[in-house]
Ligand binder design. Structure first.
Ligand code: GTP
Ligand code: MG
Length: 241
């Protein structure tokens, strides 16, 4: 059955192995369709939050709910079907560009593949490759720039059409033009989906409905860009230093 895409963390605490707690009593609710940016210094716990949501790990305390249902009661298969997860290191396998886009929806037609690629600004560069969508790429994605690999991952995610979108934004710098293409693509991708973006680029952060500032495994501030700047706290220090 289709989900609405409400995400709730309820008093979630987590540590890797028996070590010090990495998330401490984290509680938040994300409304269906909302776009949330997670920001915070390295090691704060941002990736851990999305890893728990995808059930790569389960929390030792608290619960995580989607549309009010504890995700531990959902099969991994159906959970992952509801989620499009794009990690920092884009997954490219050897095959054609079209195969890579079709990955999450193998029966997609060429029309659907092209439509998805056009929507996320990937069509133009693909058409410049010697065999267009039939161009072979290898698993390291060589011959593709980092920005191009991201756009392919975006097309793949769009085609899968998940209700929940998770993006760990790449930190690597891309040229200004690609930056604009990526920004536009993210705006289209997040439309109508609940989105959590571990954001590094200020443009993504400013476009988010809400920003969660993570510090030492806790959400220490929450609000939009303007509200958080006015607090003159963690966020202010992150973005004005
Ligand atoms: P950046 O990606 O660097 O911005 O940090 P982050 O906010 O995503 O932090 P992350 O959630 O990856 O890590 C939070 C804490 O957990 C850090 O102290 C990490 O060293 C630790 N950690 C992350 N992954 C693992 C893991 O697989 N095993 C163990 N033992 N510790 C981990
Ligand atoms: Mg991280």
């Amino acid at each position: 059955p289709p989900i609405k895409g409400e995400i709730r963390f309820e008093n979630v605490s987590f540590s890797y192995e028996e070590e010090k707690p990495v998330l401490k009593d984290v509680t938040f609710t994300i409304k269906p369709g909302e776009t949330i940016a997670l920001v915070g210094e390295t090691g704060a716990g941002k990736t851990t939050i999305i890893s728990l949501l995808a059930r790569f790990y389960d929390p030792q305390r608290g619960r995580i709910l989607i549309d009010g249902h504890d995700i531990r009661n959902v099969t991994l298969k159906s959970l992952r079907k509801q989620m499009g997860i794009m990690l920092q290191d884009t997954f490219i396998f050897s095959g054609t560009v079209a195969d890579n886009i079709r990955y999450a929806k193998p029966d997609a037609t060429m029309d659907e593949v092209i439509k998805a690629a056009k929507t996320v600004n990937a069509h133009e560069f693909i058409m410049k490759m010697e065999n267009g969508y039939d161009t072979e790429v290898n698993e390291r994605g060589s011959r593709l720039s980092i920005g191009q690999r991201q756009l392919i991952a975006f097309a793949r995610a769009l085609l899968a059409d998940p209700k929940i979108l998770i993006l760990d934004e790449a930190t690597s710098a891309v040229d200004t033009q690609t930056e604009v293409l990526i920004q536009e693509a993210i705006e289209k991708l997040t439309k109508g989906r609940t989105s959590i973006i571990i954001a590094h680029r200020l443009s993504t952060i400013r476009n988010a409905d809400r920003i969660f500032v993570i510090h030492n495994g806790q959400i220490v501030e929450e609000g939009n860009h303007q509200q958080l700047l006015e607090k003159r706290g963690f966020y202010y220090n992150l973005y004005t230093s």
